[in-house]
Design a protein around this ligand. Sequence first.
Ligand SMILES: Nc1nc2c(ncn2[C@@H]2O[C@H](COP(=O)(O)OP(=O)(O)OP(=O)(O)O)[C@@H](O)[C@H]2O)c(=O)[nH]1
Ligand SMILES: [Mg+2]
Ligand SMILES: [Zn+2]
Length: 422
Amino acid sequence: MSFFKNLLAGFSRDEEPVIKKFPIVCPHCFNKFSPDSVVFRATHYKEEDEEYCLQEDGRLNHYLDKFGLEGSEEMEAVIEPKLFPEENKTYIDEVLISIRDKYNIETKKRLCPFCHNDLPHSAGRAPSNIIAIIGASQVGKSVYMASLIHTLETVTAHNFDAACMPINSDTSRRFRSQYLDPLFAQNSLIESTQKEKKQEPFIYQFKFKNPDKAPLSLVFFDVAGEGMVEEDYLDLYANHIKNAEGILFLVDPLQLSAIRNKIILSQGSGSGDFTSKYQESRDVVVSLGENFIASGEDGRTSIPTAVVVTKSDMLERLAQEDEGYLKPNSNVFCNYVHRGYFNLNEYENINGEVKRFVSQVDLAFLDAVEVHFNNVGYFAVSSLGQNPVEGRLQGVIQPLRVDEPFLWLLHKLGYIESEKVN
Ligand SMILES: Nc1nc2c(ncn2[C@@H]2O[C@H](COP(=O)(O)OP(=O)(O)OP(=O)(O)O)[C@@H](O)[C@H]2O)c(=O)[nH]1
Ligand SMILES: [Mg+2]
Ligand SMILES: [Zn+2]
């Protein structure tokens, strides 16, 4: 179908121009602006020139100060493109990407005009999609982000004729040392995300092999669950949720009090770790509602929101002992790989099963979600495929359905197609 659509589009006379220039959302301060408003950092300095000497960057320092980070050292000058003639500027696909300064020296270092942080090189040239991963403390956000990004890079991208890559070597290094190595190489877990520490975004590019399909930039954030119910924390560290294109809302079955004891009993003794922390997922919805969502007209948001039940491996025994919640042969426990398109049939089954499960174990949460979010899908994943024992993994990680909620978001945002196949 889409093949013919593309073919016809190729012949059509009044073909729509391909859009190549997109508004930029700064991945540091989340202001949105046109690619024409960027500023540049000079690549050299001249001690004797007041304008071009090393100097303090007030805006950058203000930004760093807000997060309690140390101010930067004196830096090269910031260059305002509007003060230069067109012949000094270079554009690719209508997007300003470099400028020659007063000394005729070129700089490609684009900065956000609001906070003076570096912009990713794809900024303005691909739609930028912030995916917010939220949820109460210890629900499995950090582990899920790690498992998801790893799966996107190694499996999902290929299944959709694309490649998924970190935006630069710094992102790659940080992801490896903070997430990938502990989980995949050292069989250990990730420490609870610190509330006091500013989390840097992880930016990835998802690029299709078909050059006619626009690439997308994915910006992932890992926040501290503890902060999710504190206004000050949300204001400072979770502002990206306001500009998110998609939300992954994680819920932990072990924290759903209605079944916690049943799960613990069903696992038997010596069967691994149970989080001792409790934080009602409903409180997280309420606090999000207060801080971000209620600003809309009817107090609801249409941002596509995937409610994701994590640690589904913990539900398997429960299902065997009590079929009232989930059937032992439920789709929740079978991996399914979406390939080439998002299978709506598979989605409808999982959405129905998980929604029914959540309504049984935490109706108050389900109701809170339904009054705040207009566009919701329900999913279940296991990022690890096993329950760690004393903070150690017992073998190779075997993620289950981890990319499905993400693919649903991509489908909702119009980046991948869907089909209904049995
Ligand atoms: N059984 C099982 N346990 C998991 C899984 N994913 C995470 N866990 C457990 O949940 C714990 C918390 O995971 P994190 O990803 O650190 O949780 P978080 O939501 O980032 O927590 P904060 O950073 O404190 O907000 C881990 O230490 C694991 O013990 C999973 O797929 N299966
Ligand atoms: Mg965490
Ligand atoms: Zn900024």
